[in-house]
Ligand binder design. Structure first.
Ligand code: PBG
Length: 327
């Protein structure tokens, strides 16, 4: 019988030694909480397919933002759900549109203590649910949409947002938004580019959360899940156009993309752990099939290990609390 000369198990013997050699840690400050605010609500309302996530009223949004900041999260990403929608998504640009009002509220409440971000996309505001304006034949008109994004970006900046998150996957969107912000005097507003965003079925529960009107799919603008090199091209373009941060989305099913993007660029890389990723864990945990908290932290650790420096997750507040107890 021969005995092993090398024994990796030595470094796994006790909690103390495991802690000493732990390679990846998730810090609360790296977590960003996506939040939904619904026009016309007096109280928050649960989202059935996202247990624990709600559509906020303006009041409940402010309170939840304070809680998130107290828990130590690094940022908040806001999504607005308007009461009425139109062909062009005009409520996204109006100063009294729900998202722009919510930005003002949250920036006033916690703007000095955290980073306030906003989704820069038309899909919540259009009657057809697409991320852009439509041509008469019903396809998404890239360049007309860019003009709308430019206007929306300036409206969000005027509301006080720190970071805009263009998520519509229109070609040239980052450059157009950067120039519009600069021309309006908002040189200090950053851009978190949804650089590699896949046409994913994992967004299902999000569409409930924003009461999406979409019929059909977004495959003519979001990426094919089969493609990795295409993401690197998208990311390079976005950085060249002025992205301050880039994002890969979804997260867990795309860790290979995340790692490749991390190696490709020197700007901070974020990952969005999307609604379907969250819902799968919650559903399995509700059935008693997995240990919810451990799985939650394991997914976040994996996303961090693959190369994300920033993680958008619906668990942000709760995970921040758990992580604080741990370290
Ligand atoms: C588009 C947008 C979507 C998500 C974030 N921004 C939906 C889509 O592209 O269809 C999905 C996020 C999630 O599933 O949690 N504004």
């Amino acid at each position: 019988m021969s005995y092993p000369e090398v024994r990796p198990r030595r470094l796994r013997r006790t909690p103390a030694i495991r802690r000493l050699v732990e390679e990846t840690r998730v810090a609360p400050a790296e977590l960003v909480l996506p939040m939904f605010v619904r026009e016309g609500l007096t109280d928050s309302r649960p989202v059935a397919s996202l247990p624990g996530v709600v559509q906020h009223s303006r009041d409940s949004l402010r309170k939840a933002a304070v809680e998130a900041v107290q828990a130590g999260v690094g940022g908040i990403m806001l999504f607005g759900v308007p009461e009425t929608r139109d062909e062009t998504g005009s409520a996204g640009c109006r100063p009294d549109g729900i998202l722009n009002m919510a930005i003002r509220d949250v920036v006033t409440e916690v703007g000095d203590a955290t980073v306030v971000m906003s989704d820069l996309c038309l899909d919540e505001f259009t009657s057809h649910g697409h991320c852009g304006l439509l041509t008469p034949d019903g396809s998404v008109d890239n360049d007309a949409t860019l003009a709308a994004y430019a206007e929306m970006a300036v409206a969000q900046a005027a509301a006080g947002v720190h970071v805009v998150g263009p998520s519509g996957m229109m070609d040239g969107q980052v450059g157009v938004v950067r120039r519009a912000l600069d021309a309006a005097g908002y040189q200090d507003v950053s851009i978190l580019a949804y650089a590699a965003k896949y046409a994913s079925a994992f967004y299902g529960p999000f569409r409930d959360a924003v009461e999406s009107a979409l019929e059909g799919d977004r495959r003519s603008y979001q990426q094919d899940p089969a493609n990795l090199r295409e993401s690197l091209r998208e990311v390079r373009l976005d950085v060249a156009e002025g992205a301050d941060l880039v994002m890969v989305k979804p997260a867990l099913p795309y860790l290979d993309v995340l790692a490749a993007v991390r190696a490709e660029v020197d700007v901070p890389v974020a990952a969005y752990q999307v609604s379907g990723e969250y819902a799968m864990v919650e559903a399995a945990a509700a059935n008693g099939w997995i240990d919810r908290d451990r799985v939650m932290l394991e997914t976040l650790t994996s996303i961090r290990r693959a190369g994300a420096q920033i993680i958008l997750t619906y668990w942000a507040t709760e995970a921040a609390r758990l992580l604080r107890e741990r370290y």
